[in-house]
Write a protein that binds this ligand. Structure first.
Ligand code: TMP
Length: 237
């Protein structure tokens, strides 16, 4: 697999072309941003942790019948994935109230929810990834009804697996964000990453935050939190 020119640089990852037009290489960075890039910093070692965690979880999800973009881990930070066109919707599932949900709806962070929720954000940095519903998404051509149905079904399936998995290592999965893409042959697959950057993880006993909120909210030692989750997953060295 030959790594060719960089085709995209995001806030947390770079993407490179390869000699196979259907495959790209993602390269995870230690850069951390919050509030649509307003806050910038570094979480040392994050790139390698997020790369390995994402690959582990996507491999497990494949076994559960959830198709993903994962192909092969190359090294600490780099992974070969299927080239997809990203559906411009961030899919957020919540099991407990937190973050923007708590703020928007006036529900105290940590409150129980009567059922898991799903919301979409329209992926557009200039607009600050605004909340969007399925009618709006269809109206602007962000996704078709079939795509919305499919990614909704897949997102809840991912939730069932992840909730159980993390509960088994003493972590409550509060909420998380997924992205989906379409391969050249039209299959919808789970893309992007599943990591403490994109999930809220609270220790089941102490409710300590073990995710990027430690960076967003200046709670201290984000590196320690990422390493803790990594170790509990059995991936630490
Ligand atoms: P929120 O409560 O800020 O809307 O975040 C919900 C979940 O989505 C949380 O687990 C963090 C994740 N998330 C991202 O992955 N990227 C983002 O840009 C934002 C705002 C949240």
């Amino acid at each position: 697999m030959e790594q060719k020119e960089m085709i995209y640089e995001g806030k947390a990852k770079k993407v490179y072309a390869t000699d196979d037009e259907n495959l790209v290489i993602v390269d995870y960075k230690d850069d951390a941003t919050a509030f649509n890039g307003l806050k910038k910093g570094t979480i040392v070692g994050k790139g390698a942790i997020n790369n390995r965690m994402t690959n582990y979880l996507m491999s497990q999800l494949e076994k559960q019948g959830v198709p993903t973009h994962f192909v092969e881990e190359l090294d600490d930070r780099r992974t070969v994935v299927k080239k997809v066109s990203i559906i411009p919707l961030e899919v957020i599932i919540r099991n407990r109230a937190a973050g923007s949900f708590s703020k928007r709806l006036g529900v105290a962070e940590g409150s129980d929810l009567l059922c898991p929720t799903l919301e979409f954000s329209y992926k557009d940095d200039d607009l600050g990834d605004p909340l969007i519903n399925s009618y709006m998404a269809k109206a602007i051509g962000a996704a078709t009804q079939e795509e919305i149905d499919e990614i909704t079904r897949m997102a809840f399936a991912v939730n069932e697996f992840l909730k159980e998995f993390f509960a088994g290592i003493g972590i409550e999965l509060i909420d998380f964000k997924l992205e989906f893409g379409k391969t050249s042959d039209g299959q919808i697959v789970l893309a992007d990453e599943i990591s403490p950057d994109t999930c809220r993880y609270w220790d089941i006993e102490t409710h300590e935050k073990l995710d990027k909120d430690r960076f967003r909210r200046d709670l201290g030692d984000p590196e320690g939190a990422y390493k803790e989750v990594f170790a509990r997953m059995g991936l630490g060295k």
